[in-house]
Design a protein around this ligand. Structure first.
Ligand code: APR
Ligand code: ZN
Ligand code: ZN
Length: 359
């Protein structure tokens, strides 16, 4: 038995309970978690904004140590530190074959498998594949990547979602160039990683926008050169801060129609908007045909930072070792597994950066 945070049903509170994991089968790995970040997507799964099979063990941003490996696993061995990758790629589908591994057709098929059982025999699914809100987990081998040298295991948890996503949003999706102006909407864990990545890209102006005035210090520590408290005048304020033109790039890390629309409005003619936030189907964004022509802007989605984790982790490690990427600066709270429901409440109230469960 290991302790885990289980979502019994959509809309129900999380239960911290004992679960029984099977021994790793062929091609699977058992991992003892060192740490797991509490991401807004876990909250979105619990309240039904995003849907996956339940009951489930949540948690998708984690790192730990390999305890045992099933037959045929060769890239990691017991004792190795690993980052959990919630979006594994099969290497065979159309998207994998053209190098778009983040869009792998099979990425979430594993979410339907039976992952563990509770004491009373209830079968549990693995949330976003990796079920990281637990002392231990059993995952397919392509859901683990070796922790790069020089990265502490607890910090490495953040690489698995916030950092790959934020870094990828800047480098792969928006392709920020040196000297550009970048505005980031939403200063949570993902937004903070995005701000740091904009700084790494050499952006001249990095503007953070959040509905909460409390996030200014966190945002500035992550590289924001300006801080704007969101209001009806946000787009106007951003134009004022960018020579009246609007930012070259906007990155939305909230997942709401209104912030997506404001992000787009905040860019210059020809500007790029990347949407990282994940919203529900009720979040309808409207554009009129004439403004699409007039402004000549682009709007793009972004899945897991459009990253290839196996290629990007060594690059991120280099930035960490050089002191350009500070994983510790994302974490505002270290909690035990029983602290996850309260961390959801903190997130809903728009406070804090990343809460990190330390096992
Ligand atoms: N305008 C600006 N900021 C807002 C607004 C708004 N209208 N509404 C909420 N925010 C801010 C919150 O105050 C908070 O600081 O957005 C931030 C979101 O941060 P978190 O809740 O910590 O979320 P995070 O884990 O960073 O994820 C951000 O990316 O992967 C997706 O599903 C995830 O949609 C979520 C987004
Ligand atoms: Zn996440
Ligand atoms: Zn694939």
């Amino acid at each position: 038995m290991v302790r885990a945070a289980v979502l019994p049903a959509v809309g129900a509170p999380l239960e911290i309970t004992g679960i029984e994991l099977p021994a790793p089968g062929p091609g699977q790995v058992r991992v003892r978690l060192a740490a797991a970040g509490v991401c807004h997507s876990d909250l979105s799964l619990s309240n039904g904004t995003m849907r996956l099979p339940v009951p489930a063990v949540l948690g998708h941003e984690g790192a730990g140590t390999v305890v045992s490996a099933g037959e045929g696993v060769t890239h990691v061995a017991p004792g190795d530190g690993v980052v959990l990758n919630w979006a594994p790629s099969c290497g065979r589908c159309h998207h994998c074959s053209i190098g778009e591994v983040w869009l792998c057709a099979d990425a979430l098929t594993g979410a339907g498998r039976v992952h563990a059982v509770t004491e009373d025999g209830t079968e549990l699914h693995p949330g976003l594949n990796v079920a990281a809100f637990a002392e231990e987990t059993v995952v397919p081998a392509n859901c683990v990547l070796p922790v790069p040298d020089g990265v502490p295991l607890t910090d490495a948890a953040l690489l698995g979602c916030a950092v790959l996503t934020g870094y990828g949003a800047v480098h792969h999706c928006a392709q920020v160039r040196e000297g550009e102006s970048v505005v980031v909407f939403g200063v949570g864990g993902v937004g903070l990683a995005t701000l740091q990545s904009a700084r790494i890209a050499g952006a001249a102006a990095v503007i953070a926008v959040d509905i909460s005035p409390e996030k200014e210090e966190l945002a500035r520590r992550a590289g924001a050169t300006e801080y704007v408290v969101a209001s009806d005048l946000t787009a106007k304020e951003i134009r004022r801060l960018t020579d009246g033109r609007g930012a070259d790039v906007a990155i939305e890390c909230v997942g709401r129609a209104a912030t997506i629309r404001t992000a787009w409005d905040s860019t210059r003619r020809g500007g790029r908007t990347t949407v990282v936030g994940i919203g529900g189907k009720d979040q309808q964004v409207m554009f009129n045909a004439l403004e699409l022509f007039h402004w000549g802007r682009t709007l793009s989605g972004c899945v897991y930072g459009n990253s290839n984790p196996a290629e990007d982790l060594p690059v991120l490690a280099e930035h960490i070792r050089a002191g350009r990427l500070d994983l510790g600066a994302l974490v505002t709270e270290r909690i035990g597994i029983e602290g996850i429901p309260a961390a959801f409440d903190t997130m809903l109230a728009g406070r804090g950066g990343r809460a990190l469960v330390v096992f």
